[in-house]
Design a protein around this ligand. Structure first.
Ligand code: HPA
Length: 271
């Protein structure tokens, strides 16, 4: 990953009309509908964007959408890249660096996650207050990292307090139940065993998923303030564990999605 590549990526996007977006948004599994609310959208398919990771079959619909939301210029990732698709940490976080290079000043992230804290039920939203990286690596382990920011990135407060507070206030106002907790990231794509769900509880996780943490590390590397929300799509109860059902995970994400859209819209309005 080089500055030159990023420059080529942004030149392509600017030539498509991606003009100085202020806010970047990453939409997780089953959470793509926010893009329907974007005014004057311009779409760039990941496959066509220079130096974006090559999309896998399952991922052919991935696209970057530019436009207006709540009067702000936004750029939205509909679908993200995961380690389990065979990409490395640098690949999966390249789009975050590209959005930053385009001029994005704040980042909003969403994902689907399983609950470890069993007070959290399917369809609940969880504000990510902190995280645990269980993916066995970092997106900052490359030679030139110091050219892009600090090598030893501070992670004492990875999620922007002001944006988090706005989300909490908005949830109260809109009567949306918003849990708060710690997100643990795993590689996947297999789901967790009962023993792994027990372990995740012991180490202090409230939810588990296969994304987000590398993106948050890179955002902190770039000093890009971020806020992130998990949609709880399944419950990791080791004593009553049901077999995984991906269709159900996607359906539950879709059902909870309007609440997430409301929170993101109100947050964007306030920025
Ligand atoms: N585990 C890991 N990733 C997930 C889960 C889960 O239970 N649910 C959605 N993504």
């Amino acid at each position: 990953m080089t500055q030159k590549q990023l420059q080529e990526t942004t030149e392509y996007l600017i030539s498509k009309g991606f003009d100085n977006p202020e806010i970047g948004i990453v939409l997780g599994t089953g959470l793509g509908k926010l893009v329907d609310e974007i005014k004057n959208p311009i779409t760039a398919h990941y496959n066509h964007i220079p130096f974006f990771p090559l999309a896998t079959v399952e991922f052919h619909s991935g696209k970057l959408i530019y436009g207006e939301l709540e009067g702000k210029k936004v750029v939205v990732m509909q679908g993200r890249f995961h380690l389990y698709e065979g990409y490395d940490f640098i690949d999966i976080t390249y789009p975050i660096r590209a959005m930053h290079a385009l001029g994005v000043k704040k980042l909003l992230i969403s994902n689907a996650a399983g609950s470890i804290n069993l007070d959290f039920k399917k369809g609940d939203l969880m504000l990510i207050e902190d995280h645990i990286n269980l993916q066995g690596g970092s997106p900052l382990t490359f030679k030139d990292v110091a050219r892009f920011g600090d090598r030893f990135v501070d992670m004492s407060q990875p999620y922007d307090l002001e944006m988090c507070n706005t989300l909490i206030e908005t949830a109260k106002k809109e009567n949306i139940s918003l849990k708060k907790g710690v997100y643990a990231s795993v590689v996947g794509p297999q789901l967790e065993t009962k023993a792994e769900y027990r372990y995740l509880k012991i180490i202090g996780a409230d939810a588990v998923g296969m994304s987000t943490v590398p993106e948050v590390i890179v955002a902190n590397h770039l000093r890009l303030p971020i806020a992130a929300i998990s949609v709880i799509t399944d419950e990791g109860d080791p004593d009553n564990l049901e077999p995984v059902n991906i269709e159900e995970i996607i359906r539950i994400a879709g059902e909870a999605e309007p609440k997430m859209i409301t929170l993101f819209r109100e947050l964007i309005k306030s920025l």
